[in-house]
Every structure is written in structure tokens, then in C-alpha cells.
Design a protein around this ligand. Sequence first.
Ligand code: ADP
Ligand code: MG
Length: 758
Amino acid sequence: MLELKHIKKSYTTGNFHQTALDDVSLKFRKNEFVAILGPSGSGKTTMLNIIGGLDRYDSGDLIINNKSTKNFKDRDWDSYRNNCIGFVFQSYNLISHLTILDNVEMGMTLSGVKSKTRRKKALEVLEKVGLKDHAHKKPNQLSGGQMQRVAIARALANDPEIILADEPTGALDSKTSVQIMELIKEIAKDKLVIMVTHNPDLANEYANRIVEMRDGKIINDSNPVTNNTTNEKYKIKKTAMNFKTALKLSFNNIKTKKGRTLITSFASSIGIIGIALILSLSNGFDIQIDKFERDSLSSMPIIISEAQMDSETINEIVNNQTEYELYPDDDVIYPLKSIEETISHTNVITQDYIDYLEKANSEYISGINYIRYTALNLFYKTTDGVEALDSQYFTSLPFSLGDKDNSYLDAHYDVLAGNMPENKEDLVLIVDTSNRVNSDLLESLGFDLEEDIHFEDLLGLEIKLAFNDSFYQDYGSYFMINTDYEAIYADESNLILKIAGILRLKENENVTTIAGGLAYTEDLMQEVLTKNANSKIGVMQKNSDYNVLTGEKIQLPEIKEQLLNLLGVNSVPVMINIYPEDFASKDFLLEYLDAYNENLDEEDKIYYTDMAVLLTDLSGGIMDAITIVLIAFSSISLIVSSIMIGIITYISVLERTKEIGVLRALGARKKDITRVFNAETVIIGFASGMIGLIIARILVFPTNAIIENLTNLANVAKLNPIHALILLLISMLLTVIGGLIPSKLASKKDPVEALRTE
Ligand code: ADP
Ligand code: MG
């Protein structure tokens, strides 16, 4: 049934040519116990390996059940080893990280035997070798003799027709050797056992045929086969390791080096941590930017100004973007528009339009700020007497008393001291984010800047506002400014204004258009306008072509307009800032403003500028760019880690060389070996991905704490589950790629040499 025909085998190392088998011809019976004797180096192992299909002959033929093996492919040899051969080695060659039971099952596992059948059969053979009770131990918990019994059980498990044993007692003491020999003899009752030994006594006592070898030749055969008639057919089942087996093998192996696997996984998880954090942040920031747009950018006003700039110019101012090339190389000069040219439209703001605005659904508006040129004549009493206060420190508020929907100030400003305006005489002091106030204003109010100024020093300060009739003295045909400030201050018909509160922009509010300084309500301005419209100087100026203060003839209608504005006779503002309630309201407001222009002549149309729209694009773009740059950086560490995985896998391949040999001897295909190591990298990739994601998830907490500290934005970083899943897959993919070359290397290992390594 098994026949070697003129087998030759030689090894070439460098220039050295070594003949291991020199024209060996040998026939074996279906059932006998053959001992191969011979001195070291005579070619015994080589012959056994060739019989077992672990090694290839150079010439000649190996006939198995009447089938020539000349045209055998790798695949056929793998199946042959798995199905027909059971190996027993001198050094046992058990897979140390698997249990005894798993070791014995491995051959069946490789040929796809069902797990139940496998277990039953494995326990059966373990019982036969007397080790059933040790089934769940690891090999290193057994003695040498016991390990050899396990090896024998493993060789028997898949029910092969041939058992090949290479010096099975070589590492055992004589007493144990005898026990093992008894066992092998028992097996040889219904199998072909070919055993290499250098102990002639054992051979003589147990074998029923002794073949002697020297220098690669058979020099003696005690019981050669003479008849030549067998009619067996070569039939065989193909082997294939499934990925689950590969995973189990690698998982068990990894369990034996937990520390290293953990450190490797941790190290290679750093890239994942980085990317996961960056994605969490950018994901969170996207959400925040959205919110920011809604909250803060909606606090940007819609501006209606007498002079409407063209959008190109506005874009150039706000976003620093221009249609022109920046830093051009050519020698061409381009005309820059004059200020007049940048004005695309003159908005003639009329009382009609103001009324239209006032009728807008107040739910959409959190405040309207009217800006006028009307002079406020203000006085302050210091210890040195009454002084005029420069009205440049005064600004108007988008705030009217009694208008309950008027929430802009409440929404965006903190009251640091006092209260919001409650009467038209109430002023509020708006300090900047560092509580600063213009030093000239403070000096005008009589403060010594060298000393500390407290809120209470300012609260309740009184300022006199003089109406035109008190401020301008009537000389019949002309007017002059009253220089008797004491008298103006004493004039009961004038208003006493009082600083009622100190306001500051809320933290994290980034945008405001209200200037710092003293701010008054629209109600105060309305009072001034009503009083001054009917003032003597007002009425006179309205009806005169001369400037009633200087006596000069007024040349242009615009000049008269300006004079009337200044005197408060003309109540139409020069600019209007409308603050939308929120992002959605703005759209309604813009629609409402657009509706005004319908059916109007071009010159009567009123155009607006939406500040929010101009700024929105900016933030998103920067965020994307930063995210891409950071991810690129982290990706480098991912690549580094996959190289590291390659190295680790390579080391693992070196460590598991013996295991590779054992698996190949048991019939594992090259592909199966690749699978074992790919499984290992998949496990490491999964572990490092999971570790990375868990650490990133944990780091999200301190990251958010830091961001909250810096910006007051809570819970910015958020890990999107889809991102997490993708990162896990990337981690696994990269580690597998990293380990691909080493695991290919592993599969190419010559099983004979792999088994030889210690
Ligand atoms: P034995 O098992 O009888 O001691 P081997 O079959 O191991 O002898 O070796 C037979 C001869 O072939 C020896 O001279 C050995 O050095 C040589 N040999 C075996 N394997 C290799 C190899 N992989 N490369 C080079 N020479 C080898
Ligand atoms: Mg040998």
C-alpha cells in the first residue's frame, strides 16, 4: 500500500551538496510495525518526512494506495498528511497555548469534523493513551511521557492509516520509554507504524520488521515485502481551516501573552484615540456652530442705512474677500472705487417705513435700534461747576420701555449693578468685557483715574439734558448757544437723567453692535424729538433758508436736512439696526422687509444688509480645515502603528514557527497558516480599536471640561457612533494590512524546518 521507488533527496547549502537519501526503494505492508535504525545523519528523518508528505523527494516516486504522487499539488499533500498520516515527534511538538483536548482535536478541526464528533473522538483516543482525566490541562502541566502520549493520541485522532514516529522515546527515560513503546505496539496492531529509533534493543523487542540505513541507503531489511498485489484506491478528504478555528488558535495564543498584546493594542490605539477625539470635537463643534449661528449670529442686526453699500464692497470689508487677485504679479493698476461709487443705493428712510417696521410681528424682533444725528445737550455738575458733556459718549439702545417683546438687552447683557432702564430718564452704563469705560467719559464725570472707581460711585449719577428752548437763546432773528450752564442746569423744564444700571455683554456672547458708554432708551429720544420739533429754533430753522445759528445762507438741501436732524426736528433715523429674535425669525423678517419693496419704484426701495449671513460661511470653513489637518496628523500615527503591528506579527511568526510546523504536519494548508496570523492581527486590530475608542470616550470628559472652562460651551465633544464604528473597522483593516506580509511569510515556511526550530 505504501511504496518508495528510487527516492533521491539531497540538500544544497551554499556550495555544499549533501545527499540525504540515495536511491531508496522500500515497500510497506498495510499493517506492520517497522523500526528504522541507523546512525545519526543516515537519512532516517528525511525518509520519514518524505513518507509523511512533509518534505518533497527530488526524484523517484512515492506510491500511496497504487497512486503515484509525482503530480501531487500542495493541496493534495496537505490532505494526505491530514487524512493518512499521524506524526509523533521526539520533542512532542504540542501547541503549548492549547489544552490537551484542543491539541488532540486539531487534526479533525482542520478537516472540518463537527465539534461534537471531534470531542467524542478526542476523548476516546485520550482514554486509549490513559490521559482522559488530563484533557483540560495545558501541555506544560504534563510530564514528558504524558506529553508523548498526548502526541500519540493526536496522531491517532484522525484515524490515519500510517503513524510516523521519529525517535518517540528519544527524550524519555527508559521506564517511560517502555510504556510508550507498549502503546505504539498496541496501535501497530491495525496500522502501519514506521518508527525511527537509534535504540536497537527497543527495535528488536517491539518491531516486527527492522530496516537499517546508512548514508542515505537501505543496508538491511529484516522482513522485506515481496508480493506486490494490493487493490486499494487512493481516496481522500480535503482539509480547510475555517476562520473560527484560526481565531480560536490566535485568541488562545494571545491569551498567553496578554501583557504584550495589551501594550501593542494600546500603542496602536493612539492614532485611533487622536482621530476619535478630533472627530468628536469637530462633530461637537459642528453642532455648536449651528447653535452659535442661531444664538449669536441671530444677534447680528439687519442693518438699514441711508447709504447702502454694494455687496461686493461689504464682502470685502467683512470677509476680506475680493474679486480681484491678491498680490498679482502683473504690472497693471486697477481703479479702486471711490466711497460714493461703493454706494449702490440710497435708502430714503421715511416715516412710512418706520411705521411699517413698527407693525412687523414683534415676536420676530428682539430689538430695534434707531440711530439719529440729533444732538443731545448734556450737562454734569462737578465740584468745579456745571460742565457740558460730550454726546459722543452716549449711544442709543435697541430698547423701548413697556415693549415686552423687546428682549435684546435681557438676552445679551448682564446687569452688573442697578437695573435695566425703567423710566425714560434712566441711562445705563455699558462697560466692556473687562469692565472698562472710556477714560475721557470717566474724567468728564469728575473721577480721579488714579483711584479705584466702583459701581456704586456711578450708580445714581445725575446728568442734565437740556431741550432746545433752554440750550439755544432766542435773539429774534437768530439763535445763540446759552453759555450760562448753571442756569441751564437749574432750568426745571429740562430733564434729569440718572444712571440706573451697569450692563456688560454676557460671557460667550461674541457679537454686539452697541457701543460702550452711556446708553439711553428710544423713549428718551422720542421725548427729545417731540420737545425739539416744537422748539423755537426748530420751527425757525424749518422755515428758513439761512442757518439760524450762523446766519449763513444754506446752499444745498442736504445741509438743511442735516441741520434739522441735529436740532431734532427731523425725527427720521439715518440708520436702523433690527435685531431678530432668533435664526428662524430672521427669515420671516427679511421676507417682511422684502415685501415693503414690492411695487415700489427703485428710488423708493429700501435695501438692507444682513450681517449674520456675511459671517456664517467663515466659521464652518475654518473648522473643516482644522479638522482635516488634525486628522492628517493623527493618520500618521495610525500608519506608524500598522508598521508596528507588522513587526509584532513578524515576531509572533518567529515565536510560533514550531506551531506552524505542527499545523502543517497535521494537514493545514498555507492559506490556513496565513489565516491564523490574520486572525491574530484582526484580534489586535479589534482590541486596539476598542481600547482607542474607550479611551477617547473617557477623554471626552476632561476635554469637555477644558472647553467648558475656556469657552463656557458645555459638552462640545461628542463621538458619533458611526464614526466610532468606521474607526474600529479602519483599525482592524490597518492592522491586518500591517500583518499581511509577516503572515504570508509564515505560510511560506517550510514545515520540516519549522519543526526543526527550537
Ligand atoms: P537522521 O535523521 O538519520 O539523523 P537526517 O535525515 O536528519 O538524518 O539527515 C540526513 C542528512 O541530510 C544529514 O547529513 C543532514 O545533515 C542532512 N540534512 C537534513 N536536512 C537538511 C537540511 N534542511 N538542509 C541541509 N542538510 C540537511
Ligand atoms: Mg533524525
